[in-house]
Design a protein around this ligand. Structure first.
Ligand SMILES: [Zn+2]
Length: 384
């Protein structure tokens, strides 16, 4: 049987050992950060003024001029800055469309990160050293601090990197890729379906159903109220902006942590149950994506997709395949007889089937239907 092969990419963080680095190398790095920041901010303001979200367009508009103005800077810094700026602006446009940030907000780049491609950095994984291209075609070599954790990446293929400046030092984040062999998603595969709601993730199949309380909606509401308080109580504009950014960052980290924990639990349980495939809702079909729904629903959808990406990636690293199915009516159809379900008078989250008298939790129904849908839709589509 043919097994699907995929490449999974993961980012590994290294702290740069600055103890033995001489003054001139430090000032070269500072100059890189300075010039990259200037270039990024010019690119961003052009992107905003002309509404450019595409790298190619931004590159054509600005590359040659920037090359002339920074003649000793290796050219790929400008290329990468075009990609970097386009991606920042693109995500800002998307968040704006979702009502997640103010309409008139202009992006500014604080100059904390530089995108590096293979022309700008080389990695010697044996000695954990990285060489970075600097002005005038020279290279400087940096020693990377590493521990046991890093050694498992030695044999892996590496891709791009980011040079990141933080309060506690300089970091190099390198992306490594691993080729994984995944089980074929066919009719014989055992699956675990995952349904995500605002405060709970439900997963399972016909044999078992488990719930993870994420309380994501509650966390979001709490941070929302905190930000409101800051906006009304703190007068200084700069202080207000800083506090808002701080709490936004905390909220993001908090939710990411919840997602990673949930993904780990689901994968562990799926492997225990002998599952080979994780089934999730395809959010892009049936116009359930975005549209005119209320703000809360849209924010939930946005973060749902983030969770899906985390789970997909962790699942594949753990040898599980991932399949997305059409979610239409999965919470409204009886998993036993296919009849339409009604709300039950016996409980807020209960639904019931008039025909076969099934009475079940809404989330359990969704998980069972997603499982069914995998076998119906995905497998039959493959064999015909
Ligand atoms: Zn029924």
């Amino acid at each position: 049987m043919k097994m699907p092969i995929e490449k999974v990419t993961l980012t590994v963080k290294f702290k740069v050992d600055l103890t033995d680095v001489d003054e001139s190398a430090i000032s070269e790095i500072c100059r890189l950060f300075e010039e990259y920041k200037e270039i990024m901010n010019e690119l961003l303001s052009l992107a905003v003024d002309r509404y450019i979200t595409s790298f190619v367009e931004l590159y054509h508009a600005k590359y040659h001029e920037l090359r002339q103005r920074y003649p000793t800077l290796p050219s790929h810094y400008v290329v990468n800055a075009c990609r970097h700026a386009a991606s920042i602006y693109k995500s800002l446009v998307e968040r704006r469309r979702l009502g997640m940030c103010e309409r008139d907000r202009r992006p500014t780049f604080k100059g904390r990160a530089i995108w590096l491609d293979s022309h700008l950095f080389r990695l010697d994984a044996e000695g954990w050293r990285a060489s970075i291209a600097v002005h005038g075609g020279r290279w400087i070599t940096l020693r990377l601090l590493h521990g046991k954790y890093h050694n498992k990446f030695k044999g892996m293929e590496h891709g791009e990197a980011r040079l990141v400046l933080r309060d506690d030092g300089l970091y190099l984040n390198v992306s490594f890729s691993q080729t994984v062999v995944l089980p074929e998603p066919d009719a014989d595969a055992r699956v675990v379906a995952v349904d995500v709601n605002e405060n709970v993730i439900v997963y399972g199949n016909d044999d078992f159903v488990e719930r993870i309380e994420t309380n994501e909606g509650i966390i979001r509401t709490r941070y929302f109220l905190k930000r409101r308080r800051i906006q009304s109580k703190i007068r200084g504009r700069e202080l207000q902006r800083r506090l808002l950014a701080k709490y936004r960052g905390r909220e993001r980290n908090r939710i990411r942590e919840v997602y990673y924990r949930a993904a780990k639990e689901i994968i562990g349980r799926a492997k225990e149950a002998g599952a080979a495939v994780i089934v999730m809702e395809d959010l892009k079909i049936h116009g359930r994506d975005m549209g005119s729904e209320e703000l809360n629903g849209r924010i939930h959808r946005w973060s749902y997709r983030r969770f899906q990406r985390i789970l997909e990636y962790q699942a594949k690293l753990n040898g599980l395949n991932v399949v997305y199915v059409d979610p239409a009516y999965t919470s409204k159809t009886c998993p036993t007889c296919g009849n339409r379900l009604d709300l039950s008078p016996n409980g807020r989250r209960l639904v019931r089937c008039q025909r076969c008298e099934l009475e079940e939790d809404r989330d359990v129904v969704a998980v069972k239907n997603l499982t069914l849908r995998y076998y119906e839709e995905h497998v039959s589509a493959k064999t015909t």
